[in-house]
Ligand binder design. Sequence first.
Ligand SMILES: NC(=O)c1ccc[n+]([C@@H]2O[C@H](COP(=O)([O-])OP(=O)(O)OC[C@H]3O[C@@H](n4cnc5c(N)ncnc54)[C@H](O)[C@@H]3O)[C@@H](O)[C@H]2O)c1
Length: 253
Amino acid sequence: MTGRVEGRVCVVTGAAQGIGATYAKALATEGAKLVISDIDDGTAVADEIKASGGEAIALQNDVSHWQSCQEMAAGALKAFGRIDVLINNAAIFGKLERASIEEISPELFDRVLKVNVGGTFLCTKAVLPAMKKQGYGKIINISTSRIFAGLPFYTHYDASKGAVFGMTRAMAKELGDHGIRVNAIAPGSTMSENVKARTDWRDGGPAAKLAGRSLKRLQDPEDLIGACLYLASAESDFTTGQTLVIDGGGAMW
Ligand SMILES: NC(=O)c1ccc[n+]([C@@H]2O[C@H](COP(=O)([O-])OP(=O)(O)OC[C@H]3O[C@@H](n4cnc5c(N)ncnc54)[C@H](O)[C@@H]3O)[C@@H](O)[C@H]2O)c1
């Protein structure tokens, strides 16, 4: 029996832990070859995949630096010869404090946009030569359902993820003729390791979100696997420019 992404080479940024690691392991279970990219060391995730019989390498990259993104693409090609899927998951998020507009410094605002928006742009730019040569590729950007809900104390972060939403549409229109599909996942508040460790909630935290959800339970990283596999596989080959909100029916647009 073959997996849903059998033999596909998937690059997942920010995959050393958290939701990125969940995406990577799920893709490997369905037959993909994984590039675990992160500014931190992702060797443990790659080793876990290999121990389960999969193929994976770990690369240390900073998505906000162009040369590092080019090294990421080159490393993936050296190891596996092609790049089928890029998941732009790396972001300044889990350790970013809730803050009012007055509390957010101009420098921090710039840094969040540089990593979350600039990183998505640079990683996509880096894999395009390979995807264009193949005439096929899947880019999955990561936004957030917050941008549809309208929530306070994260203006820098929400600005960055709103840009990712817009960029997904622009990229899809530009790259369709090359067989490259660009879609986004917009998760709700999800209990990744860093979210569980948070103490700076100013809006009641994840439990406060349940009242607004159609499906009233906390969201786990595993809730995002279905959307990830759908968008990475051939099942979504006629889908592009779309943003899938996965938040238990909270934000609707
Ligand atoms: N957990 C949630 O509630 C939630 C909700 C909506 C969207 N998201 C998005 O999902 C993604 C993953 O969420 P998470 O909870 O695992 O976040 P997280 O903060 O725990 O993980 C982010 C990962 O990105 C890496 N990273 C940060 N800066 C980087 C850089 N410059 N270069 C390369 N890697 C870098 C980090 O090392 C980390 O491993 C993020 O894009 C986040 O914005 C999360």
